[in-house]
Design a binder for this molecule. Structure first.
Ligand SMILES: Nc1ncnc2c1ncn2[C@@H]1O[C@H](COP(=O)(O)OP(=O)(O)OP(=O)(O)O)[C@@H](O)[C@H]1O
Ligand SMILES: [Mg+2]
Length: 316
């Protein structure tokens, strides 16, 4: 079941510049964690504001839970949670007070508010600082409160725009694990981060945008296998063989370096075809292979490659 379907969303902030979002299509399945990645200024936050009905697109269609979000924004808002990128807090409220106030805003009954607040203080490691004012919190503590308070109400879809900024590694991991648990019980999560390891850890699907346009989309695995080629493959031969540099020097589509010992490094410049040619040349000259290894592609490498190579909107 689709939770979000967006077609050709565009948004300009006025002025002479190009649109901040320039025709984005999105399809987010219910109960999945969807990672929305892209360099600074790519249009992620602008897209989130459109998806959450905080700003109206200049053009395009948007349906959330099958509801036309442009015509019935309030119906959509009732069922979503949003943690925006900007810090938002009331300076004089305590941590407990912030949770309580959020629960009241969402009409959560008093007993349920107490139960939820207790659980969230525990889950987000806020118990010790429950009586501190927001103003006196550290940056990461404040961000934890901003995320935690969103869980005071029920929702079917949660948008998180760089929620882990300023959080320490333990707090990050705890948040990611609790998001995973919630996704397993049916919550759909739309997640933005610049920490690619986070996206790799929790996302089922990913879209990478640049210059207001989608440049790649798919599961982390499919993106890595599509864009992760071109990484270095190391071939170890049993003994040093003086013929190797000349034999492999002429193989098209890759660069080859041979150290003084027994390791050959092959970096295909396009597809992995070149690697097969290298193996064939070695085989046809009777050169055995001891070991072959490739550094596993990670999402960060893949991201950098996509962002560098894919054009995005012209002129960006
Ligand atoms: N309120 C605004 N008025 C004018 N221009 C804006 C406004 N908000 C964003 N922009 C511009 O729109 C473009 C997209 O910005 P947006 O905040 O959506 O990017 P982002 O992908 O969230 O970036 P980041 O990773 O830095 O958070 C940028 O060029 C930005 O300068
Ligand atoms: Mg942003």
């Amino acid at each position: 079941m689709q939770c979000i379907r967006a077609r050709s969303l565009t948004k300009s902030y006025g002025g002479a510049g190009r649109p901040a979002v320039d025709g984005i299509d999105l399809s987010v399945g219910a109960g999945s964690v969807f990672g929305f990645l892209g360099p600074n200024g790519a249009g992620k936050s602008t897209t989130i504001k459109m998806l959450t009905t905080l700003i109206r697109p200049d053009s395009g269609d948007l349906s959330v839970f099958g509801i036309d979000a442009l015509r019935f924004p309030l119906e959509v808002r009732r069922r979503i949670g949003v943690v925006l990128q900007q810090a938002s807090y009331e300076p004089t409220l305590t941590v407990s007070g912030a949770l309580e106030k959020y629960g009241m805003m969402w009409d959560v009954p008093a007993a349920e508010r107490r139960r939820r607040a207790g659980r969230l203080l525990e889950e987000f490691d806020l118990s010790e600082i429950r009586g501190k004012r927001n103003d006196d919190l550290s940056m990461g503590q404040r961000r934890r409160v901003q995320v935690a308070r969103e869980f005071m109400h029920d929702m079917d879809l949660l948008f998180l725009d760089e929620p882990t900024v300023g959080m320490d590694p333990a707090a990050r991991r705890a948040l990611l694990d609790s998001l995973r648990r919630r996704a397993k019980s049916g919550l759909t999560i739309f997640y933005t981060t610049h920490v690619l390891a986070e996206a790799e850890y929790i996302c089922d699907e990913i879209a990478i945008i640049k210059g207001g346009r989608t440049v790649a989309a798919g599961s982390p695995e499919s993106l890595k296998s599509r864009f992760g080629s071109g990484r270095e493959v190391r071939i170890r031969v049993p003994s040093r063989d003086g013929r190797i540099p000349a034999l492999l020097g002429g193989v098209d589509g890759c660069s080859v370096s041979v150290d003084a010992g027994t390791e050959i490094r092959v970096r295909p410049s396009g597809s992995n075809e070149a690697l097969l040619r290298v193996l064939r040349v070695l085989g046809s000259h009777g050169i055995e292979i001891d070991n072959l290894s490739a550094a596993p592609a990670n999402l960060e490498e893949t991201f950098l490659r996509v962002v560098e190579e894919e054009p995005g909107a012209p002129g960006r």
